[in-house]
Design a protein around this ligand. Structure first.
Ligand code: T4K
Length: 373
């Protein structure tokens, strides 16, 4: 291990401490700490505006929105088609609702569920599709939603990585029946822990807001077996301050991504996902794919080499969800059913990317990947 400064895959976006302290003073003065307080209300409004969506409900993390989305759509029995190439929370949310996850392989160009393969996985028990905009790469929503319409299925997008992502000027959060977000500290935009649901109607938002608060409708009625998913005032205040600097953070991330693309193009055995000009990305992740035969060493060997140089890349998303203990015996989890996802998981390495990464740090990373050091 050398003694250079540690570089992590991401770094949290932190508001100015004095400004955060001022917000905390206001919360202290008001003595209103949670349960739809004024900071919470302001953040919901500000986020709806920033993201260009009409109905958004804040949550205490990005996993409860997934669980609650399925509840809100009344899905309590059957199969949900999903991707194995994601963070494990995606599939867990299906399991937590007593539903059966059905894994479908991904498209090698995006890492997202391959619409081409969805129909073959539909049975009479299928009730929904849960795709993920992995790394903030928009899914092929037109084809996914055409299939959903034909088979009368709900579509819930796990948009945990897609904060602010737009295609042809439209927020990807407007797609499907429901989209969910994560505001975890490791994300482009964070509230320490946090998340949200974006839905399509006032009625649905009311239902989601009730589900988020134990299913309570008013002082004397509980309509659903809801959960406690509420975001507190301190985190809402943190989120309001971060909203002021998220555009600058995305610009910095974009510069890092552009340098990686420029300086790693042509490295034999290293590829990355292609960008499209009609998409506004958030540069939350920079995955590279290492072909051992062409690159000369394996992805894991490169991962270790970076680590020895105090650079902590992450193998998002390895291992595949379908290989984890709770899911590996499912019929659809067979590696033969998921060859592309299996290959991507074996080759992927997410390089550090965040707003605070210096040019010198990017050079250190690039030099190692290019085998200059
Ligand atoms: N759906 C998808 C597609 C998701 O990717 C996620 C979460 C969810 C749903 C669920 O959303 P949440 O319920 O989490 O809101 C991280 C995050 O914990 C997780 O939010 C995220 N996806 C997943 C992809 O990554 P780890 O285990 O990789 O995080 P950790 O603690 O190793 O942190 C990575 C690096 O970030 C560290 O090396 C240093 C840096 N870091 C991290 C934290 C927590 C900091 O500098 N400061 C920090 O406070 O899971």
């Amino acid at each position: 291990m050398n003694d250079s400064k540690m570089i992590t895959v991401t770094s949290p976006l932190l508001p100015d401490l004095k400004e955060f302290y001022n917000s905390l003073e206001k919360i202290w003065d008001s003595k209103w700490l949670t349960n739809n307080g004024s900071f919470h209300q302001r953040l919901e409004k500000a986020l709806a505006e920033y993201l260009g969506v009409e109905y958004i409900s804040l949550f205490t993390n990005g996993t409860l929105p997934l669980i609650t989305a399925l509840q809100a759509l009344g899905l309590t029995k059957g199969e949900v088609i999903t991707t194995p190439y994601s963070f494990v929370a995606t599939t867990h949310s299906i399991w937590w609702n007593g539903l059966t996850p059905v894994f479908v392989d991904v498209d090698p160009n995006t890492g997202n569920i391959d619409p081409e393969k969805i129909e073959a996985a539909i049975t009479e028990d299928t009730v929904a599709i849960m795709p993920v905009h992995v790394y903030g790469q928009p899914c092929d929503h037109e084809r996914i939603e055409a299939i959903a319409k034909k088979h009368n299925l709900k579509v819930i997008y796990d948009a945990a990585h897609a904060f602010g992502v737009c295609k042809n000027g439209e927020s990807v959060l407007k797609w499907g029946d429901i989209s969910t977000l994560s505001f975890h500290a490791t994300k482009v935009y964070g509230t320490i822990e946090g998340g949200a649901i974006v839905c399509r109607s006032r009625e649905m938002k009311t239902k989601i807001d009730n589900l988020r608060n134990f299913g309570i409708v008013d002082e004397v009625s509980v309509a659903y077996p809801g959960i406690n998913g509420k975001m507190d005032e301190a985190r809402a205040a943190f989120g309001l301050l971060n909203l002021k600097q998220v555009d600058a953070a995305i610009s910095k991330r974009k510069q890092v991504a552009e340098r990686y693309r420029k300086e790693l193009t042509g490295v034999d055995g290293v590829t990355f996902l292609q960008e499209e000009t009609n998409i506004r990305y958030n540069y939350g992740y920079f995955p590279i794919f290492v072909n051992e035969e062409k690159y000369g060493i394996s992805r894991d060997a490169l991962y270790v080499k970076l680590k020895e140089n105090n650079i902590l890349g992450r193998r998002y998303f390895y291992p595949l969800i379908s290989t984890f203990e709770p899911y590996r015996t499912y019929f659809s989890a067979a590696p033969s059913n998921l060859p592309i996802a299996t290959k991507m998981a074996e080759e992927v390495l997410c390089l550090p990317i965040h707003h605070a990464l210096s040019n010198e740090e990017v050079s250190r990373i690039v030099d190692i990947v290019r085998k200059i050091k």
